[in-house]
Design a binder for this molecule. Structure first.
Ligand code: UDP
Ligand code: MG
Length: 138
């Protein structure tokens, strides 16, 4: 069993894609063990994406992530990290496999609808960033 952090980013929430994303998660057998809508401050977005602080896209990314509500979730299942990233598709939607969330819905390399942790260590950090142990079910 593995856990991963999933986010429907502000573009996905404002475009009413929450249901579509959750439908795909549930259809794949990933279990939602925590979920909440958050409006991150710029500082909170900067902390979440601290690993990217030296990248040229950091300022724009953190402004975008704090621009409106996002749905943060914890998904659980065998190999959950890789399975969720497979459903998401590649970071650049133009390179994302057909049928993935990003291929189907992203409009821009930044506005790519969803986030997923990329390794067990980042999943542990990212889950702890938003949730405490009492908020994780099952
Ligand atoms: N991003 C961007 N420009 C880039 C690369 C990434 O705006 O050239 C944004 C995009 O929203 C991406 C996020 O920064 O999802 C984090 O980048 P990362 O490389 O971690 O991609 P991910 O893990 O989300 O696929
Ligand atoms: Mg990443």
């Amino acid at each position: 069993m593995q856990r991963t952090l999933a986010i429907v980013k502000p573009d996905g929430v404002s475009r009413s894609l929450i249901g579509e994303v959750i439908k795909r998660q549930e259809a794949s057998g990933l279990k939602i063990v925590a979920a909440k809508l958050v409006r991150m401050t710029l500082a909170q977005a900067e902390g979440f994406y601290a690993v990217h602080r030296d990248k040229p896209f950091f300022g724009s990314l953190t402004a975008f992530m704090s621009s409106g509500p996002a749905l943060v979730m914890v998904l659980e299942g065998d190999d959950a990290i890789a399975r969720w990233r497979e459903l998401m598709g590649a970071t650049n939607y133009k390179e994302a496999a057909p049928g993935t969330i990003r291929a189907d819905f992203a409009t821009d390399i930044e506005r790519n609808v969803v986030h997923g942790s990329d390794a067990p260590e980042t999943a542990a950090f990212e889950i702890g960033y938003f949730f405490n142990c009492f908020e994780l079910v099952g």
